[in-house]
Design a protein around this ligand. Structure first.
Ligand code: XMP
Length: 327
């Protein structure tokens, strides 16, 4: 029987042996719960849903149907990585939905942050429900709920947005194979399952994705500037050995322009803001102090390689007073 509550005396999973024992137990529990029925899972490529998918694949193989929705707000290379790891390497039954135009068309001209989040969330459910209705014989919904999600929703800190949200005609029994784990344990289990480090040690990424890092009304060109500058930042942090050390880092491209100069010609373009922070609980956050040589290099690369950017700024504000994300 799958556990719904983490036992008080449960040892923290930190070794490959403990992870293996957990995986074996989960495979048994999943098989017992699901039998020969089908499970549907929204696979975002984040740590929790990826580990959840990998466990389900081990337990029920092709009876797991993964749906990866590309809403156009993912980081550079993410949809490709999900397809490579899950479809090509793990042989998963994966449906890829290119919903980029659908999301960006709905978001066009919308500058209110709450409305943007609402549109992204509601559209995601619509796309996922449409895919679910095309399938026959689904009886279960896989979810990458983890133990802090349960604790936070019980404490009233965060609505547990994983559960529910689907329309009345699509109510499935839940399968939550990482439900009793903390994030660090999910990573140890993911590593033991053979997922790549880029997935297992992925930094937190908000559900509305790059949408909250393109403040105001999202336009395709400014969104591309966010995506490209984020890719450069991640590449340079990896080269500098900061990947996995700095808790979260990303770029933001605000909707205003300033004057600059390139090849002797006046430019009028956006700034790119770099944010790099450390925390344990995300309630209080400190700013990572970057090596000045790395800052120079980032400014050079981002202004020369990303169209539409002529200035690079560094956000040195802790939380509070600032939040991590800009919207
Ligand atoms: P804030 O901006 O509230 O961010 O200081 C704290 C942490 O939460 C992440 N974050 C989100 N994660 N959906 C998510 O799944 C969201 O809507 C969301 N908003 C913020 C943020 O990246 C940071 O790690």
């Amino acid at each position: 029987m799958a556990l719904l509550v983490r036992p008080d005396n449960m040892e923290r999973i930190s070794t490959p042996e403990q992870a293996k024992a957990y995986i074996d137990e989960q495979i048994k529990d999943i098989q017992e719960q699901v039998k020969d029925k089908k499970v549907l899972l929204a696979l975002s490529g984040g740590v929790d849903s990826s580990v959840c998918a990998a466990l389900l694949i081990k337990a029920i193989g092709q009876n797991l149907v993964c749906v990866h929705v590309n809403h156009g707000l993912l980081r550079k290379g993410e949809p490709e990585e999900v397809i490579r790891v899950f479809k090509e390497e793990l042989g998963a039954n994966l449906i890829y939905v290119d919903a980029v135009d659908r999301f960006l068309d709905k978001l066009a001209g919308v500058d209110d942050p709450e409305q943007k989040r609402h549109i992204i969330g509601a559209e995601f459910i619509d796309v996922f429900a449409e895919e679910a209705r095309k399938l026959d014989g689904i009886e279960f919904l896989g979810q990458g709920t983890i133990w802090p999600d349960i604790l936070e929703s019980e404490a009233g800190i965060k609505a547990h947005h994983n559960a529910g949200g689907l329309p009345e005609d699509l109510q499935f029994e839940l399968v939550e194979p990482v439900r009793i784990l903390y994030k660090d344990e999910v990573r140890v289990v993911g590593k033991e399952l053979g997922l790549p480090d880029s997935m297992v040690y992925r930094q937190p990424f908000p559900g509305p994705g790059l949408g909250v890092r393109c403040p105001g009304a999202i336009t395709r060109d400014r969104l591309e500037a966010v995506r490209e500058s984020d890719a450069i930042l991640r590449e340079e942090f990896a080269k500098a050995g900061l990947e996995g050390k700095v808790w979260q880092y990303f770029t933001v491209v605000p909707d205003f322009k300033s004057t600059g100069i390139t090849d002797g010609k006046r430019t009028f373009a956006w700034p790119c803001i770099i944010r790099a922070i450390n925390t344990t609980d995300v309630v209080e956050v400190t700013v990572e102090h970057l090596d000045p040589a790395l800052m120079d290099h980032l400014a050079l690369r981002i202004t020369t390689e990303v169209p539409g950017i002529n200035r690079v700024l560094y956000d040195f504000t802790p939380k509070p007073p600032a939040t991590v994300e800009y919207e």
